[in-house]
Each structure stands twice: as structure tokens, then as C-alpha cells.
Ligand binder design. Structure first.
Ligand SMILES: *[C@@H]1O[C@H](CO)[C@@H](O)[C@H](O)[C@H]1NC(C)=O
Length: 372
């Protein structure tokens, strides 16, 4: 009897002991997952670059990034959260940048309320953008960034191009503000979002005030820009496509957005003499106002010197649905220059762009499409 009772007791104890056994190995992992690191001031950028893989949350709090240095947040651990707080500044230097670079998988980048990244653009703006004058740093590289989000980041006074999204996938940018309104006189080539070789990119609720393309998609698949406002710049663009290693654009949706006080509204530009393809571009529920050059623009002679559009880059399955608004009397409502046979299967419904001139020299229109 006594022996049996002991055996029962022993086996019950063994069960109780078995449950907490994994705890000693789990504890260090848990500690690592929850390390919050705060970086600030003039050493913040170098400290952050050195320590970034030891932190699960990286707070960039009022960091003064020195001149000629990238705030290097590349190669972050999977799941890292980056939070910008206060004003992030960047010292002046003529260099090509980028000022900030983030890469990794399952990364969350957030701008805290009231935070902003100040590119100090006025010290660079000389009217020449990236075509001459001072060498200007690009702002924010989202290259090799996967299954990630960038939310509520506020960029002010970019020297030149702002977001470069390249070799990224499953990336969502929400509530981004780009305010380059101070650069209207001399800022140039301040593209909001340049996208290349990327897949499944969504930009939602962006507010962009700049002096070049609000969005420019050079290559990539499954790109959506929705609920945005673009002002001061060159509009919602595909291209220019051509002359790069990747010249394929497939499935692009510009939805429920407003383009105002801009050179162009909806624009597809492909480079003369090059090869590639643009398919499945849709502009739906777009309103235009105070457009100075072209409401809707398609050119297959972009940057060409011959003046002749070529057909090496096809534009197919191009949908406009509910695109309306006004062009200034100096501009054109619709401008189309296709190569011979390279524009096919376009479906335009409820297109109502008025106020500007009618282009009487539209070239190689696909069937069912007219410039008036
Ligand atoms: C057309 O687009 C505008 C702007 O997005 C929207 O307010 C309106 O409801 C759309 N019209 C239809 C019929 O969907």
C-alpha cells in the first residue's frame, strides 16, 4: 500500500514538473523580442546603425543626422518596429543620399503624432533638380523591404526625389504626407513616390505637395494608389518606362484620388526606341482641377529626340473610369501619341475632362478612343 501511494505521488509530481520545462530557454528570446532602444541627438544616427539588430523597437527621437550620412536602418531583424518622434534633421552636404534607408521583412515604420523628417530642401533648391546644379540627396529608400508597412510618416522640404520604392513586395504606405510646398519657386524633380521592380505595393491616403510626379511607376506589378491628394506637381504617372533593366509594368490602379494645381492629371510615358510593356493600368474615380498642361496624356515618344513615337513598348488594357475635371485654357484635355499598333484594348468610360484645348494630332489611337 505504501509503495503504491509513493508511486502515484511521484508520477503526479513528474507531470507538474514537465509543464514549466521550456521556460528557461524561452525567457531570453522573450527579452530580445521586447527591447526598445531610443536614439536621439547628433549621435543618434550612428548609434542606431550600430545597435539596430539588438532592438525590437527603434525610436528615432529628435535625431540630427550628420551631413553626408544615411540614417541606415537596413538589414533590420524580422518584425522590427521603427518609430520617428519629433523632428529628424539632416546636415547639409552635396551628395546623392539617401538620407534614410530601411530594409527587412515584416517591418513597421511609424511616424508619431507631430513628428516630421525635415530635408532642409531650401539649401539645395536651385531650379535644376536632379538635372544639374548642386548634387542633391534622395530622401527615403524603401528597397528590399518585404511584408512591411510605413504609416503616418511626414516629410517636409525634400531636396529632390522623396520615396524610392525598389525591389520591395507586400509593402503598404498609409497616411504619408510630403509637403514640399516651400519649393514651388526652385524645387524640381521632387517626385513623391518612384516605384521600380516591386510587387504588391499599396499607397493609401497620401497627401503630396511637390514639383514633379506625385507617383511615377517605372516597373512593377500590382501597384495601387488610393485615396490620395496630389498638388503642385506633375500628376499620377506610369513611366517613363524604357531604358532600364526592368521595363514591364503590369496591373496598376489609381483609385479615388484628386490631382489639383498640377501640370498633368493621368499620364503614361514610354521612351522612344525602347522595348517593354505597360498593361492593366486603371484610373478610376479621379478628379482633376487646375491642370496646366495635359489632363490625360499618353506619349510613346517620351524624351525622344525624333518627335516620332515608336511601338517597342506596348500599352494595353488601359482603363479610365470616371475621370473628370478641368484643364486650364493653355493646356490640352487629352493628348495621345502612340506608335503604330502599340496601343490596344483601351476601355474608357465616363471620361469628362474639359476647359483645355483639343489635340488635333492624336496619333495611332486604339479603336473606340478619341481625343475630343
Ligand atoms: C466618380 O468619382 C468621384 C471622385 O472620386 C466620386 O465622388 C463619384 O462618386 C464617382 N462617381 C461614380 C458614379 O462612381
Amino acid at each position: 500500500m505504501v509503495q503504491l501511494a509513493t508511486a502515484l505521488l511521484f508520477s503526479a509530481a513528474a507531470v507538474v514538473l514537465a509543464a514549466p520545462a521550456p521556460a528557461p530557454t524561452a525567457a531570453p528570446d522573450l527579452a530580445k523580442r521586447t527591447t526598445t532602444c531610443t536614439f536621439s541627438g547628433s549621435n543618434g544616427a550612428s548609434s542606431a546603425s550600430k545597435s539596430k539588430t539588438s532592438c525590437s523597437t527603434i525610436i528615432i527621437s529628435a535625431v540630427a543626422v550628420p551631413s553626408g550620412v544615411t540614417l541606415d536602418l537596413t538589414g533590420l531583424n524580422e518584425g522590427t518596429h521603427v518609430i520617428f518622434e519629433g523632428e529628424t534633421t539632416f546636415g547639409y552636404e552635396e551628395w546623392s543620399g539617401p538620407l534614410v534607408s530601411v530594409s527587412g521583412t515584416d517591418i513597421t515604420v511609424t511616424g508619431a503624432s507631430g513628428s516630421y523628417l525635415n530635408g532642409n530642401g531650401a539649401d539645395y533648391w536651385d531650379g535644376e533638380g536632379s538635372n544639374g546644379g548642386k548634387t542633391k540627396p534622395k530622401f527615403f529608400y524603401a528597397h528590399d523591404l518585404y511584408s512591411s508597412t510605413i504609416t503616418d510618416v511626414y516629410i517636409q522640404n525634400a531636396p529632390v526625389q522623396v520615396f524610392s520604392i525598389d525591389t520591395a513586395s507586400d509593402l503598404t504606405l498609409t497616411g504619408i504626407t510630403i509637403d514640399n510646398s516651400a519649393g514651388d519657386a526652385e524645387g524640381a524633380n521632387t517626385d513623391g513616390f518612384d516605384i521600380g521592380s516591386s510587387t504588391s505595393i499599396t499607397i493609401s491616403g497620401a497627401n503630396v505637395y511637390n514639383q514633379d510626379d506625385c507617383v511615377a511607376i517605372n516597373s512593377g506589378t500590382d501597384i495601387t494608389f488610393t485615396g490620395g491628394v496630389c498638388s503642385g506637381g506633375h500628376g499620377l504617372s506610369v513611366g517613363s518606362v524604357g531604358g532600364r533593366s526592368d521595363n514591364v509594368v503590369d496591373t496598376v490602379n489609381f483609385l479615388s484620388s484628386e490631382v489639383k494645381n498640377s501640370q498633368n492629371g493621368c499620364r503614361i510615358k514610354t521612351i522612344s526606341g525602347d522595348t517593354g510593356s505597360v498593361s492593366g493600368v486603371t484610373y478610376k474615380d479621379i478628379t482633376l482641377s487646375e491642370i496646366t498642361k495635359y489632363g490625360i496624356y499618353v506619349s510613346q515618344d517620351y524624351d525622344g529626340t525624333t518627335g516620332e513615337p515608336t511601338n517597342g513598348i506596348t500599352i494595353s488594357n488601359f482603363i479610365l473610369d470616371n475621370v473628370s475635371g478641368t484643364v486650364e485654357s493653355t493646356g490640352y484635355n487629352i493628348w495621345i501619341e502612340c506608335g503604330s499598333g502599340s496601343c490596344t484594348d483601351w476601355t474608357w468610360t465616363s471620361v469628362d475632362v474639359t476647359g483645355g484645348k483639343t489635340d488635333s494630332d492624336c496619333l495611332n489611337l486604339p479603336s473606340g478612343i478619341s481625343c475630343s
